[in-house]
Design a protein around this ligand. Structure first.
Ligand code: HEC
Ligand code: HEC
Length: 267
């Protein structure tokens, strides 16, 4: 009802925003034409989600989700806590009509694509240093650190790759809360592990140091650089980050909150 009263003003606003957005998209296109499609095109869901987002949400949240009359979604805690659309689906369908966000009847697939797009945007912003480091910790700390600890050491499987007294010992002092959460959800860096099987059947495993058509090289467990002719050995590449991401995809909302509360206690 309110909408109708505001009709003309709202429409001019739409028109003006559309021109403005078109200009921005054009400029971003010029600047970003090589960088953005590269990171996006790896996952078709992200690309579909981007289009969907521009159509359904861009007017209020900005075409790149960084906010307009609606809030920035790249830095949104709700989005960071979303796992495969479980939080986003609800807010998209129900909206917050009293606060200016209408509910929209999108399908599960559309929600998943939008979620994929927003998570990709958040990861991208993080790795380009675009996330503000000051963010009120109370907004993030709603979990139970004890439950997080139990989960970390048990069902969560985190301790297979991490240690609260080793690599994560002082993790809470390394990052601000918002960055810690983002690094837990979207860790970065190159961490490919290579397993080389020699003709004798012996295996050498370590972080990938070099790869081309002819040679594969790694740092073995004692730190030595070893290289092998590719035609003489069998090569298997493992990306522990893939495992990390797949694992996080399976977590529930409560797990994410509890884990984060636990990690935040590691100082
Ligand atoms: C007509 C404007 C409008 C449209 C269209 C719109 N939103 Fe919103 N959205 C808002 C406003 C305003 C808020 C802030 C509500 C509040 O203060 O609680 C909001 C809040 C949100 C939030 C919560 C952010 C947070 O951190 O609490 C999410 C997530 C969100 N919108 C996602 C979407 C998605 C995804 C779409 C498209 C499918 C969409 N919105 C379309 C106006 C809009
Ligand atoms: C299969 C191995 C694997 C599993 C299981 C795993 N991770 Fe990770 N995790 C990684 C790798 C690899 C990195 C990147 C390390 C780096 O950046 O130094 C990482 C990074 C992180 C970081 C960021 C560390 C930093 O210093 O930036 C956090 C926090 C984290 N993981 C938490 C978890 C939690 C919580 C779980 C359990 C739900 C988990 N991980 C399960 C492999 C794993």
């Amino acid at each position: 009802m309110k909408m109708r009263g505001n009709g003309p003003a709202w429409q001019t606003h739409v028109a003006r925003s559309a021109i403005f957005c078109a200009a921005i998209i054009f400029l971003l296109g010029l600047w970003n034409s090589t960088a953005w499609p590269q990171s996006v095109s790896q996952d078709p869901a992200v690309e579909r989600g981007h289009k969907q987002f521009e159509q359904a949400c861009g007017f209020c949240h900005g075409p790149e989700a960084t906010g307009a009359r609606g809030p920035d979604l790249v830095r949104s805690t709700l989005v960071a806590h979303d796992v495969k659309g479980d939080k986003l689906g609800e807010i998209i369908r129900l909206g917050r009509p009293d606060k200016g966000m209408p509910g929209m009847p999108l399908t599960d697939e559309q929600v998943l694509d939008i979620a994929a797009y927003l998570h990709a945007r958040a990861a991208e912003a993080l790795h380009s240093g675009g996330v503000p480091s000051k963010y009120p910790i109370e907004k993030l700390l709603t979990g139970d650190p004890e439950a997080g600890k139990v989960f970390f050491n048990g069902a969560g499987g985190c301790k297979n790759c991490h240690s609260p007294t080793g690599d994560l010992a002082t993790i809470a002092t390394k990052y601000s809360p918002i960055d810690l959460q983002a690094h837990m959800l979207y860790p970065g860096g190159k961490h490919t592990i290579v397993v080389v099987t020699l003709p004798s059947g012996k295996q050498v495993k370590g972080p990938l140091a070099h790869a081309d058509d002819f040679v594969i090289a790694l740092h073995d467990p004692s730190g030595w650089y070893q290289s092998f002719s590719r035609d003489r050995v069998k090569v298997e590449l493992q990306d522990p980050l893939t495992a990390h991401r797949e694992l996080l995809d399976k977590l529930t909302q409560a797990d994410v909150h509890n884990l984060f509360a636990y990690l935040e206690s590691l100082k």
